[in-house]
Design a protein around this ligand. Structure first.
Ligand SMILES: Cc1cc2nc3c(=O)[nH]c(=O)nc-3n(C[C@H](O)[C@H](O)[C@H](O)COP(=O)(O)OP(=O)(O)OC[C@H]3O[C@@H](n4cnc5c(N)ncnc54)[C@H](O)[C@@H]3O)c2cc1C
Length: 493
């Protein structure tokens, strides 16, 4: 994929709506073009002499040069290559893209690892495992940018997972479900809440989250991947974040990756794009993989790499802010910065640990060690880091002059005098604080915080699932043995 090819691939007639209006061409629409331009820049970088060898490889069977995001890891060295590729994607995008092309590729790779389990669910029209393998090749050879959609619309969670026990009439059904089977595929209708990047990804991998996989109505049990331009698929984009005047007013606004509702209205899913139908067993196995239950932990690795860049960014901005207003020597401030550095360091050690526990799987791929606890921990900790950033900034996080203020000679002298920092001019200080504002106070920053908390699914559910799969037997055995010993001093009768 190159930047130009990527932009061209989005001129596909997809049905996108924003603020009540249908979008003709996402690549030129003001709400989307900056994000698309950033990704095009990344695709060009991955093909540039500087990064080509660190971000792409030549796939031996096809001879195609493609992204390392699509490499099936078969050795510890492959894992290192993939980690470096993820680091670069995140350096280019400041660790802000939860749904970059690099982050969703592992979904197909992880599912492919369970190819045989997907094939075990039988259907006369297709072999689901073979479909996965063929789809993987298609993605690999074309460097496809995937997003995904897992959850049901937030209509009535009291029956969660929706449709579990009762038959819901067709016209009340909101969860995505099969309407009918045809010679070409299945016809599906229903909604998905939500799908980040659906405005500018190529395909959408539609499946079930750990919550929604536990349902009894087989019509709602399905997984597939189709182009976002599929007929009948309507994409509703939310209001853009961080739009304001001034070129440095919102320094990360070009990384607004959008979040969308998907409405499927009798969409055809071809037989060769279906990975699961009416039986969720393979999906439940795959979702369990993060805890090591099927010995292939890869799903969230690129996301862990992303989190590290984000943590280092927030910490460095907070440090530079503390220097710029002369508070870094204060014990309380330095201690808060130290807390942030502690998180960065813990994360680095933990990622090294996940790599250290890597090993081969029976199918010849190379799996990382378990990392589910890390995802949960970051959902809790990301918000703490932006809270610390806000505390260190004080009111400066909101009170900065704009670029136009600085250009106005009538007030410029006051800005130079009253809005400068310690050893730094007002221009530098305001740009630095606007970056802090973007991360910790703007609509962009709030969306990122909300994203970090929720994107991996409900953290409470994830903590409970981790507890249930956590082996405490050794320590419990020791405790039971301790408790069963006779009391040292006996008892009085
Ligand atoms: C910015 C952002 C981007 C996202 N991107 C994607 C994406 O690209 N693809 C994708 O598939 N998903 C995406 N998600 C969805 C994400 O996975 C969900 O937000 C998450 O799983 C929580 O579901 P929900 O938002 O429907 O909240 P709900 O499940 O409706 O939760 C609402 C409240 O009810 C509570 N609650 C719900 N059920 C129960 C229960 N059974 N018991 C007790 N309390 C309960 C929750 O804790 C919460 O407080 C994204 C979310 C956000 C915020």
């Amino acid at each position: 994929m190159t930047g130009a090819r990527y932009i061209e691939s989005l001129r596909d007639g997809r049905e996108v709506y924003i603020d009540g209006t249908r979008v003709d061409d996402v690549t030129v629409h003001p709400a989307f073009k900056d994000m698309i331009g950033e990704l095009a820049r990344c695709y060009d970088l991955q093909n540039s002499p500087a990064y080509r060898d660190e971000m792409t490889f030549v796939e031996p069977d096809s001879g195609v040069r493609t992204s390392l995001s699509w490499l099936l890891p078969r050795s510890a060295a492959d894992l290192k290559l993939k980690r470096r590729n993820s680091e670069l994607w995140n350096e280019f995008t400041w660790g802000q893209l939860g749904r970059s092309p690099d982050i969703l590729a592992p979904y197909i790779i992880s599912a492919l690892h369970l190819k045989d389990a997907f094939s075990e669910v039988k259907h006369p029209r297709c072999d689901f495992g073979e479909n996965l393998a063929n789809y993987y090749r298609y993605c690999l050879e074309n460097d496809i940018f995937l997003t995904h959609a897992l959850g049901d619309p937030q209509v009535d969670r009291s029956t969660q997972p929706q449709n579990q026990q009762r038959e819901i009439p067709e016209d009340e059904q909101v969860a995505l479900h099969v309407i009918e089977e045809t010679a070409d595929g299945v016809i599906v209708s229903g909604g998905k809440q939500l799908s980040t990047a659906a405005t500018h990804a190529n395909d959408c991998y539609v499946a079930l989250s750990a919550t929604f996989a536990m349902r009894n109505d087989p019509r709602c049990v399905l997984a597939f991947s189709i182009p976002l331009a599929s007929r009948g698929l309507k994409i509703l984009a939310r209001e853009p974040v961080s739009r304001w005047f001034g070129s440095w007013g919102h320094p990360l606004q070009m990384l607004d990756e959008q979040d969308c509702m998907l409405f499927f209205d009798r969409v055809l899913v071809p037989w060769d794009r279906l990975f699961m139908l009416y039986d969720a067993t393979p999906m439940i196995k795959m979702l369990g993989a993060g805890g090591g239950s099927v010995n292939f932990n890869f799903l969230g690795w690129a996301n862990l790499c992303r989190a590290y860049t984000r943590m280092k960014l927030i910490t460095a901005v907070a440090t530079m802010v503390a220097e710029a207003i002369g508070v870094i020597e204060y014990r309380e401030v330095a201690s808060k910065l130290g807390e942030m550095v502690t998180y960065c360091e813990l994360w680095r050690h933990a990622m090294d640990g996940v790599e250290h526990e890597a090993g081969p799987t029976p199918s010849g791929q190379w799996s990382l060690g378990p990392g589910r606890g890390l995802h949960i921990w970051f959902a809790q900790t990301s918000g703490r880091m932006t809270e610390l950033l806000r505390e260190i900034c004080g009111s400066g996080i909101i009170m900065q002059p704009s670029e136009n203020d600085l250009a106005n000679p009538e007030i410029r002298a006051y800005l130079d005098k009253y809005m400068r920092g310690k050893g730094v001019g007002v221009d530098y200080k305001s740009r630095l604080f606007r970056l802090a504002h973007e991360l910790g106070a703007s609509s962009f920053g709030m969306r990122q915080d909300i994203y970090e908390y929720w994107h991996g699914g409900d953290p409470a559910r994830n903590r409970i699932n981790l507890l249930r799969s956590y082996d405490q037997s050794a320590m419990r055995g020791r405790i039971e043995e301790l408790l069963s010993r006779p009391l040292a001093h006996g008892t009085t009768s």
